[in-house]
Ligand binder design. Sequence first.
Ligand code: SAM
Length: 219
Amino acid sequence: MEDSYKHKGLRKQLVREVAEKGIYDRRVLDAINVIPRHFFFDPIFETHAYEDKAFPIEVGQTISQPFTVAFQSQLLKINKGDKILEIGTGSGYQACVLVELGARVYTIEYQKKLYQKAIRFLPKLGYQPHMYHGDGSKGMSKFAPYDGIIVTAGAPTVPNELIQQLKVGGRLVIPVGNNETQSMVLIEKITDNKIRKKQFENFSFVPLLGEKGWSDSKT
Ligand code: SAM
């Protein structure tokens, strides 16, 4: 795996593109600038790594579009040392961004093959999030409460369990909608019984599966 001057140059260009689309958090832009996204691609598709696009990985899943990764990361407003749960490890790229932002990351993946790949691959890059295999649609109560929860697959509704597993002051970022388009929903937990909700339009994720997600006809 080589991270050449060419890769670094393409990454800088990607950072500029993402910033022009509205990402202003310097720490998020720096994380994108540092992580070699092409390492997450099969070498034959490497040229696509620095396009601002989602790209297919294995088992019909995708590595999210860099803008989307940055947008969700920015909404989380991570402070160093925050405990963050990611639902949908996928390639592991978003988890690395969260680690770069100083978070203690717990990430869960539904597809065993992707989980197995991530636990072997991320430590080789120097990233050590806590990685689990299973259905994260109800969160991971074992390690709750979290300062932030990020869902990287499209959900039909906001599962209550995720709000319960947030600390007061915590933030949940979750795409909600149908199988084609979703709104990005930000939920801030104001008190144990009060939340504030904001919505941002036009995202497109693979579906959240499992108990609180869409039904999975293949399992
Ligand atoms: N964060 C990922 C990345 O950086 O590559 C993007 C992942 S992809 C858009 C969404 C992931 O969510 C897929 O890998 C999918 O298998 C996973 N997923 C779907 N439903 C899930 C569930 N109930 N629990 C955990 N992971 C789930």
